[in-house]
Each structure stands twice: as C-alpha cells, then as structure tokens.
Design a protein around this ligand. Structure first.
Ligand code: ZN
Length: 474
C-alpha cells in the first residue's frame, strides 16, 4: 500500500529584544546564571507582568510577513503545568485567541498554511553538572524571554518540503531582523507532528510529535526516519500510538518519550494580571509600511531586473546580506550575470570554507566588482582571478594592486603568443592530426599546453583563436 505523509511544524523563535516579554530584565545570552531575573519573571507573589511593546511590534511584523490575519485584541492565557524550570507553575502563552491566524507561506510554488502565530514566554533551564549525579541546578535567566510560536497546518508532504519551509521561514525572519535565528543558541527551535495515511484517504493518521531536533538537517533526517518507521509498522499490521518521541541524532533514530498529553491537560485559563490589549488598525498599517522587501518579491525582482535564473536568484536572496551585497556589486559594475556567477560560485565557496557570513568575509563589493571587470576586459584571465580572490579577502588590497604586485598581467599580444603556439603545434603532431581529423577535443589539449607554457598567463580566448587559425592553414 502507498502512504502519504502529513507533517506539521511548530517553530519557536526567540525575539531578539533587549528586555524580556513582561519585565525589564535583560535577555543577553551567556550571562551568569540567575543574574537576569526579577520578581516578575520569577513569578513571585504580588508581581505584575507588563507587556513589552517592542515584542508586540515584532510579532505583528512576523504575522504580516506570513500573510496572517491579526487579532484586534491581544489576550493571554496561563498554561498550567509543573516543571522545575517553571517557577510560577504556569507559562503565560496564548491559547484561545492567538495574536494572528490563517496565514500561509509560499514554498517553491506551493502554499503551506500557517494555523497561528502567537506570543509566549520561555521557561528557565535545568542544568545537570557532570560531576555531581545527585544535583540539578536551575537557571532562570531564560524565564520570560519572548518567544513566537509559528504553527503550520499538517500539509507538508515530505522531509524535503519541511526543510524548504524552514529555510524560507528562517530567511524571512532574518529579513525582518527580529531574531538572530541561531539554532545552537536555542533562538530557533522546531518540533514536528508526523502522521501517515493510505494515499487518497481523508482522515489523518495517529499523530507522533518529534522533539529535540537542533538543526534543519536534523529535522529532515528525523522526519525521514519517522516516516519509514510508521510505514513499516502499518505494513506489519501494527497500530501507531499517539506519543512524543525524541530525535537521537547520534543514533539516527527517534525514541519514545511519553504518550501525548492533550491540550486540555494543561488547564489553560485567561491570564488575569494582563488586561486585554487592543491593537489599533492604524498601528498594524504603520508596521505594514515598515516591512522590508521579503525574499519572495526580491527573487521575482532579481529575475526580472537582472535577468537571473530562478536558481541563481534563489541563492542570492537566501539571506538579506547576500542579496544586498549582490546589488552593491552591481552598482559598482553593471554585469549582474557575471557577478551572480561569482557570488554563487567562488564567493560562497569562500564563505563555506571560512564558516563566515558575507559581512564577516571582508571582501569589499567594489573589489569583487573590479576583479570581474578585469576578467571581462581581458586584463587577467579567469584562472588568475580565482587565484587572486583569497588574497583580496586576506590582504584587503584592491585587485589592481595585487595584479601589479604579482606581475599578473595577461599575455594578450599576438606576437608573444605566436611563438609559443607554433611550438605547441610542432611538439604535438598527434593532437594536430586528431583535431584536423575532426576530434574537436584535441584543441583543448593544445590550448592547455600553451596555458602551461605561459604559467596560465595567456589569454585563453586568443590562444583558441590563433590555434584554430594556424591549424586551418597548416
Ligand atoms: Zn524579570
């Protein structure tokens, strides 16, 4: 039997505001444990939460970017449960009336529904010192950090689509500059709901929740594992039970954690200390006006204005920094196609090699543009340009300076090349015969000889032309 997958993703995003959601405590990462707490985020009796306005602004930005409807009134609920990292025994969240709902994200031409985007506070963190098996410590610095929960409909159909959804979502959050989206620091966390059903049937299968995935690749791997586990179970006549499972990246398997509690187990009820907060339509309009150009429209504009392929435009807009960098290069030298080739090829390779982002690479847009211009005007050839690139990054001098210092001027003089070409023809009669007999590739060999002879400094276009001419006449 063929099965189809229904995957829903819950993404928690930590908003990078300076202070917490309901108090003035700092949100700085890595501070001494419990140094950033106060009666409000510790939930001491008599303390009263006050909503941080900047948190609300950022949440509305995200909701608008995800095409959501915004609730006119902001209402919070208490989600009651006991856990040692939760000092109040409840978390302030939103249940019945989320900030926003019914949005969508367009992923590679398909609309994935967004059920809701709502605000909540983070809990503390338990610390288990390695040396002492009997002690657990708790750090409340994270309690009260503002979180956004973004819940998709369960219509994601494959692990690959989940990966694309998350990548696009992260890119949009980056464009909005509302979070650092660093999964290692926990500012972006993702849980997944997975079920399968026989293809073509209407009702959803039993839902398994997967937690503990800490990279997008982890999400993809965990989903692939879980889907095949469920398929095997159904094929073997077993029943899938609704439960929460943990992803064990080291072993590459999901493991049962607990059977799933239902929402009503949490005993949500309205948070009495926060009065319902009205969001005026004019405020929403003002935030809408401030939204930057988002990845989807930027991609279309890049394709239209710069005649780039869908793939190239997609790579360039993947982060706002990279897209801005591309446009800065184009301003220096108007050859978008070549600039795009260089950025998606050599520059990205350098970023991966050095594990940095474009802003940290230290390659001035004007320098890259100048380098490409020198290749186009045949001052240097592409091979030299590729050699120079790491030096541009490390030394920060201009391409012209490096070319001059290294004496790297391309040999484009016919007279200089003629002798070397004649010698190559003389030394390789076999290749000459092959070429003249119709083996076009034999020419590449001869070009290669000339390039080697000139230590890569010859102008390959001219070498090609002169060689062809000579071989025709001889
Ligand atoms: Zn506080």
């Amino acid at each position: 039997m063929k099965y189809e997958a229904n995957i829903g993703l819950e993404v928690h995003v930590q908003l990078s505001t300076k202070s917490k959601i309901f108090c003035g405590c700092s949100t700085r990462f890595g501070a001494r444990p419990n140094s950033q707490t106060c009666p409000v985020c510790l939930g001491l009796p008599g303390s009263l939460p006050v909503l941080n306005k900047e948190v609300l602004n950022r949440a509305v930005k995200v909701a608008l970017a995800l095409n959501c409807k915004i609730a006119g009134k902001l209402k919070f609920d208490r989600k009651n449960y006991f856990y040692p990292d939760l000092p109040k025994n409840y978390q302030i969240s939103q249940f019945g009336e989320p900030l926003s709902y019914q949005g969508y994200l367009e992923v590679a031409g398909r609309r994935i529904g967004i059920v809701r985007v709502h605000l909540e506070e983070d809990a503390g963190k338990l610390v288990h010192p390695e040396l002492s098996v009997k002690t657990s410590l708790v750090d409340f610095n994270r309690a009260g950090i503002p979180l956004l929960e973004i819940v998709s409909t369960p219509e994601i159909s494959s692990p690959e689509e989940a990966y694309r959804y998350l990548s696009l979502l992260k890119s949009i959050l980056g464009y909005l500059e509302i979070s650092d989206c660093n999964m290692e620091k926990g500012s972006l966390r993702c849980d997944a709901n997975v079920s399968i059903r026989p293809q073509g049937t209407a009702s959803l299968g039993a839902k398994v929740e997967i937690k503990n995935m800490n990279s997008f690749k982890g999400v993809k791997d965990a989903l692939s594992y879980e889907l095949s586990r469920q398929e095997k179970m159904l094929a073997g006549g077993e029943r899938i039970i609704q439960e929460t499972r943990l992803w064990d990246a080291a072993e590459g398997v999901t493991k049962s954690m607990r059977s799933k509690e239902e929402a009503h187990d949490y005993r949500y009820f309205p948070e009495p200390d926060l009065v319902p907060f009205v969001i005026e339509p004019a405020e929403i309009e003002a935030i809408k006006d401030q939204l930057p150009e988002l990845p989807g429209s930027k991609k279309e504009r890049f394709k239209k204005d710069y005649f780039l392929s869908d793939y190239d435009a997609g790579v360039l807009i993947s982060s706002k920094d990279l897209a801005d960098y591309f446009e800065e290069c184009v301003k220096s030298y108007n050859n978008p196609k070549q600039i795009s080739n260089w950025i998606t090829g050599e520059v990205l390779a350098q970023l991966n090699l050095r594990h940095v982002r474009i802003k940290e690479l230290g390659l001035l847009a004007s320098h890259l543009a100048e380098l490409i211009k020198m290749v186009d005007s045949e001052e240097i050839n592409i091979k030299m340009a590729k050699q120079i690139l790491p030096e541009l990054i490390e030394k920060k001098s201009s391409p012209a300076e490096i070319v001059k210092n290294r004496g790297l001027v391309q040999v484009s003089s016919k007279d200089q090349l003629a002798g070397i070409i004649d010698k190559a023809i003389e030394d390789n009669p076999g290749s000459v015969k092959d070429y003249q007999g119709g083996k076009v590739r034999a020419l590449e060999f001869l070009v290669g000889r000339v390039m080697r002879q000139t230590k890569g400094m010859a102008n390959p276009r001219m070498v090609n032309e002169i060689l062809k001419e000579r071989l025709k006449n001889s």
